[in-house]
Design a protein around this ligand. Structure first.
Ligand SMILES: NC(=O)c1ccc[n+]([C@@H]2O[C@H](COP(=O)([O-])OP(=O)(O)OC[C@H]3O[C@@H](n4cnc5c(N)ncnc54)[C@H](OP(=O)(O)O)[C@@H]3O)[C@@H](O)[C@H]2O)c1
Length: 280
């Protein structure tokens, strides 16, 4: 479900893993959950929109059979507390964003991990020599994907490549030394060259930098601001543009942009605002 304010602006989206149940139950769970959030926010007027005529009727019409359902009773209880409510049935096409939420949140094949090789036999990882990027590289190698590792430092790239090759000798690994805060078009050219003729099915846009310490917006030096925008935003954009055409041609591929809690958990992450903006 999604919650919007009186101007239609998105406040929050939510998903629930329900297991097996009827479509009516799914709709009712969605409404009940939305209303629970509304209640916590102490809202006193609510418009409930659903594309299920059945759910809308089940809540409005007093049907002794349905009223016995715990879901309906709990929904009525919350609606009574809110006081001022209307429920309306909308067309499915007007509800597309909400309908897609579970598909985005839950993998249909939960329990059976995806075979990433189905996207293509290669993965490209930026910022692959340390931290999260290195972990991605190792995990993707474990899945049997050949790798293109991208980072600034050629020696570190060679070391990581040798470590992975020692564990997975059958894999092919290419390295691209590229400083995303430097000459981007030259670096992206090298990446375009590296992806030519190989099926890159997984792209991990991982490279990312931030400030050396917490700072007010005006305190951040110009060069640091430029570096963060270039690496986090422009790097991600242009690497994607270099890899995407092959995926489109093959009609398959997966792109992961590594974000940050900085842009979600604490809105705009005070004292790291430029970093947070590049991770939005
Ligand atoms: N760590 C966290 O707590 C955290 C939390 C939320 C999100 N993230 C995000 O996760 C991603 C990875 O973070 P991390 O902490 O794992 O990073 P990290 O340990 O600092 O590693 C950064 C990687 O990026 C490469 N790199 C740095 N600057 C570069 C540049 N200018 N050009 C090319 N490569 C560069 C580094 O390799 P070289 O030195 O060889 O270039 C290294 O491989 C980032 O996007 C970050 O924003 C991290």
């Amino acid at each position: 479900g999604t919650l919007r304010d009186e101007h239609g602006v998105w406040i929050i989206g939510f998903s629930l893993q329900l297991g097996k149940c009827s479509i009516l139950e799914v709709e009712l769970w969605g409404i009940l959950n939305g209303l629970s959030i509304v209640q916590e926010k102490q809202v006193n007027k609510v418009l409930v929109q659903t594309n299920s005529l059945e759910a809308s009727k089940a809540i409005q019409v007093s049907d002794p059979m349905l009223s016995r359902l715990t879901l309906i009773r709990r929904t009525h209880h919350i609606l009574k507390n809110i006081g001022n409510w209307i429920i309306e049935c909308i067309l499915k096409k007007e509800n597309i964003e909400t309908d897609r939420m579970p598909k985005i949140t839950f993998n249909k094949e939960e329990g059976s991990p995806k075979n990433l090789k189905n996207y293509g036999s290669w993965a490209l990882i930026t910022g692959a020599t340390d931290g999260i990027g290195k972990a991605f590289a190792n995990q993707l190698a474990r899945q049997g994907l050949n790798l293109i590792l991208v980072s600034r430092n050629l020696n570190k790239l060679k070391t990581v490549s040798a470590e992975i090759r020692a564990q997975f000798p059958h894999l092919k690994i290419k390295v691209v030394a590229q400083d995303f805060s430097g000459n981007l078009s030259a670096g992206v050219g090298l990446i375009e060259e590296a992806v030519k003729g190989v099926e890159v099915g997984v792209l991990i846009n991982n490279v990312g930098i931030t400030y050396p310490r917490a700072m007010y917006f005006h305190e951040v030096e110009e060069e640091v601001v430029k570096g963060i925008i270039r690496v986090n935003l422009e790097g991600t954009t242009w690497v994607t543009r270099a890899v995407l055409p092959g995926m489109l041609n093959r009609k398959r591929g997966a792109i992961v942009n590594v974000g940050s809690g900085a842009s979600i958990v604490v809105p705009s992450h005070p004292l790291y605002t430029i970093y947070a903006a590049t991770k939005a």
